[in-house]
Write a protein that binds this ligand. Structure first.
Ligand code: NAD
Ligand code: UFG
Length: 329
């Protein structure tokens, strides 16, 4: 299938491009480089041994019509968007404009050019503070920040459009916590500035860029008091997208991509230390506003309809995350 990947030079997009090519799909990439670097394109071309059509464009912009004119797009995977929760609180308009504007423009063109399949990057954040395991039949919960709200709004927009347009089939993939990197160590997560997320904060502490990790609270109702999340290796997550693309759905499907297993902050730190033989100094501090105690997936639907199950372990994740970070200049 010929697939348009928006945000294809970003963290999850770049890993997905590799898996798509491995499975004999053709890929066209749009990215405006707002949170990625052009050098990722040459790395992808090297790893896949393919020349990849790339358009440096803003997905909100009318000019992306050109991509649909030049290629017969048969599926779209829409990763492009902003993702920093804290920044979305200080710059809400920027988040609503970018995260919703990209989807509106893309869906308009998908309908015009009769693209039958649309896959959207949603997030477990749309479940709000309900009780884990989160399953897809639960209603969307309350979000605590504009980023989360953009995911909820996007889901609703895509549901409404699919309902009104037979032949426009949507898969809303709700990601849990993607971490890790490609085994080559050449692509991975490279946050700008101080990382918001746990794994890049750990790898930067291991490298000495950060003095210590701040663990946000040890009084949660969890195994050791620290927050529990469902970490999934980014390569497994990427494989889930290939399955979603090849899944012949009608209308809208919501599907979780997680492992179904929860890991606490301290368990992740311990695993990192044991696998990589590096000590991570840490200090327990206050809870971070908006955090919940536990967030993990029900994976029954992914298993049943996509025949997908994550294979890589926490040990693989911490090893590959460090392998990427230690080689970064
Ligand atoms: P990322 O920032 O690494 O990748 C997003 C890419 O989109 C970047 O390369 C950026 O340059 C590009 N982009 C942003 N706005 C654009 C625009 N208007 N036009 C063209 N390109 C644009 O993020 P990621 O971690 O790869 O996440 C991909 C998607 O998955 C995002 O929608 C994100 O919200 C969602 N998601 C991520 C996580 C996570 O933990 N990483 C969890 C749940 C959902
Ligand atoms: N944590 C720390 N110290 C840090 C960073 C995080 O203790 O420096 C803790 C958090 O309190 C939480 C856990 O580590 O318990 C994971 O935090 P992350 O920030 O890595 O991930 P979140 O689960 O908070 O959020 C992630 C994405 C969101 C997405 C959400 C649900 O960042 O975009 O998963 O999918 F919405």
């Amino acid at each position: 299938m010929k697939v348009l990947v928006t945000g294809g030079l970003g963290y999850i997009g770049s890993h997905t491009v590799i898996e798509l090519i491995k499975n004999n799909h053709e890929v066209v990439i749009i990215d405006n480089l707002s949170n990625s670097e052009l050098s990722v394109l040459s790395v992808l071309e090297k790893l896949t041994n393919k020349k990849l059509p790339f358009y440096k464009m803003d997905v909100k912009d009318e000019e992306i019509k050109k991509v649909f004119e030049e290629h017969k797009i048969e599926g779209i995977i829409h990763f492009a968007g902003y993702k920093a929760v804290g920044e979305s609180v200080s710059e809400p308009l920027m988040y609503y404009q970018n995260n919703i504007g990209t989807t509106l423009n893309l869906v308009k063109l998908a309908l015009k050019y009769k693209v039958p399949k649309f896959i959207f990057s949603s997030s477990a954040t749309v479940y709000g503070d309900q009780q884990s395991p989160f399953d897809e039949t639960m209603p969307r919960g309350n979000t605590t920040n504009p980023y989360g709200e953009t995911k909820k709004i996007n889901e609703r927009i895509l549901e409404d459009v699919a309902y009104a347009n037979k032949g426009f089939n949507v898969v809303l993939l709700r990601y849990f916590n993607p971490i890790g990197a490609h085994k080559s160590g050449l692509i991975g997560e490279k946050p700008v500035g101080i990382p918001n997320n746990l794994m890049p904060y750990i790898t930067q502490t291991a490298k000495g860029i950060r003095e210590k990790l701040y663990v946000f609270g040890n009084d949660y109702n969890t195994i050791d008091g620290t927050g529990v999340r469902d970490y999934i290796h980014v390569v497994d997550l990427a494989k889930g997208h290939v399955k979603a693309l090849e899944y012949n759905n009608k209308g809208v499907d919501i599907i979780n991509l997680g492992t179904g297993r929860g890991t606490s902050v301290l368990e992740l730190v311990t695993s990192f230390e044991e696998v990589n033989k590096i000590k991570i100094p840490y200090e327990i501090t206050n809870r971070r506003p908006g955090d919940i105690d536990e967030c993990y997936a029900s994976i029954d639907k992914a298993r049943k309809v996509l025949k997908f199950e994550a294979k890589l372990t926490i040990e693989d994740m911490v090893r590959d995350a460090w392998n990427f970070e230690k080689n970064l200049k």
